[in-house]
Design a protein around this ligand. Structure first.
Ligand code: HAM
Length: 438
């Protein structure tokens, strides 16, 4: 019988990697709380038309990548319905905003989410068919300030803080403005005309995009097409005065807050709902799939879905990519337990062995309750076996033999320096919490 495996593009997450996922999520919850966001959880599947009307029929996501099925009716009162596993979460959030009439509160809604998304993409490093996003949206009536460039800057500043606090070093913020929907339509036409004479020399995808959705040509990564794309008209020249002013205000606020960025006038993003500000944070260590996160404004989305006017801005981080980045960084530093407790007894003396194992469990409990990450050894191990096990899993080893138990003074060895010291039990947690080497 053939063995069953996880479906292509999906993965099991196992320890110790899951600890990193939990750490990232805990940090996200705490940073979002500090910026006064509340959590929203929307269903994992939605009516297919939600994505067609928001992300856009012509996008790769909707035209090629969605997991869609005809859901059978279970009763005469039900109709068959086309359903789709969500490929992203902004559409679901805006649907919920409309459905629950959140706009009637007159307040800005600041909502975040953490959860799986599904796209039938070609799997590669950092690109999966089931992946997880950590995202947030600020949406509300214009009277609540939802259109203000300050919102854009606040979101970008929050992201810089979150990435810094996660310990991700070397990220880059790229921003652009795609203007109002009228600006975008005008630019699309300008591009269409500019592409007519050159498209036949471009890749097959660009030849198609030049006709169906010229803006998407700017996403092309084929090296031979780059000089042609660089010579195309720039979106900055199609922006109206309001959009230009908005963008200038966003960049001025970023300058004032000290958030570094570069302008990338090809950043049009792969979803149709964007207006004005678009952005991505990238990381060089990720390879081809280098976007840690992406986002932007979607001032017309609520109305496109039949809702009230409700401009918004948001982003989604690829959690899988955050994990990859941190794993690569931590491979250098190594993430280990604070201490390995090595109970030491004469393995032939069953009573003593039992007693020392019990004492080691009590000590581990004490240290874990003090917030330390502790690995508990086994009293029947010889000293060398304990040291080998400890060296692999922890920064320090704590030896607990009969002498130590009686005197209350423990032997602690720091693996990074090789230094061994005696520590009274009451001071142990304080010593172990310090970074190794001190
Ligand atoms: P997106 O650029 O399609 O935007 O996705 C955001 C992030 O999700 C990407 O930058 C990437 O890190 C991650 N991601 C996307 N596809 C995959 C995949 N197949 N495997 C792993 N990670 C992936 C959105 O989804 C918008 N909803 C963001 C947004 C929120 N805009 C406004 N509000």
């Amino acid at each position: 019988m053939s063995t069953l495996k996880a479906v292509r593009g999906t993965r099991d997450l196992l320890p110790p990697e899951t600890a990193l996922w939990n750490r990232i999520e805990a940090k996200a919850h705490s940073v979002f709380a500090r910026y006064n966001f509340g959590e929203i959880r929307t269903p994992i599947f939605e009516d297919t038309s939600l994505f067609a009307r928001s992300v856009g029929e012509e996008t790769d996501i909707v035209s090629k990548e969605m997991y869609t099925w005809e859901d059978r009716a279970r009763a005469a009162s039900e109709k068959p319905q086309s359903l789709t596993l969500r490929p992203e979460n902004t559409a679901g959030v805006v649907r919920a905003y409309i459905e629950h009439k959140l706009g009637e509160t007159g307040q800005l809604q600041k909502l975040y989410y953490i959860g799986p998304q599904f796209r039938r993409e070609r799997p590669q490093k950092g690109r999966y068919r089931q992946f997880s996003q950590i995202g947030a949206e600020i949406i509300g009536p214009p009277s609540a300030g939802s259109e203000s460039p300050l919102r854009d800057a606040e979101v970008l500043e929050m992201l810089a803080t979150l990435l810094d606090e996660l310990g991700i070093t070397g990220w880059k913020l790229e921003i652009n403005s795609v203007g109002s929907s009228a600006d975008r339509a005008r630019y699309n036409e300008t591009l269409r005309k500019a592409l007519e004479p050159v498209a036949p020399r471009m890749c097959i995808d660009c030849q198609r995009r030049a006709v169906t959705n010229p803006l998407r040509v700017l996403d092309c990564k084929v090296p031979e097409d780059q000089p042609i794309i660089d010579a195309l008209p720039k979106i900055a020249d199609s922006l109206d005065e309001d959009s230009k002013e908005h963008f200038a205000a966003v960049t001025a606020a970023l300058d004032a807050a000290g958030v570094p960025y570069t302008r990338n006038d090809r950043l049009v993003r792969g979803l149709d709902y964007y207006t004005r500000t678009t952005f991505e944070f990238t990381h060089g260590g990720l390879g081809a799939q280098n976007a840690l996160l992406g986002g932007g404004r979607y001032d017309g989305l609520s109305e496109a879905l039949g809702g009230p006017r409700a401009p918004g801005i948001g982003f989604a981080m690829g959690e899988d990519r955050l994990v990859l980045t941190l794993q690569a960084q931590e491979a250098a530093t190594g993430e280990k337990a604070d201490a390995y407790i090595a109970p030491m007894a004469d393995a032939k003396d069953a009573e003593k062995l039992k007693a020392i194992n019990a004492a080691a469990l009590a000590l581990a409990r004490e240290l874990r309750r003090a917030g330390l990450r502790v690995e508990l050894g086994e009293g029947s191990f010889r000293l060398k076996k304990s040291f080998d096990a400890a060296d692999k899993t922890a920064r320090r080893i704590v030896i607990l033999g009969e002498d130590e138990l009686q005197s209350g003074i423990l032997t602690v060895k720091d693996f990074s320096t090789g230094v061994q010291i005696k520590v009274p039990r009451a001071e142990l947690a304080g010593v172990l919490v310090a970074p190794s080497g001190q």
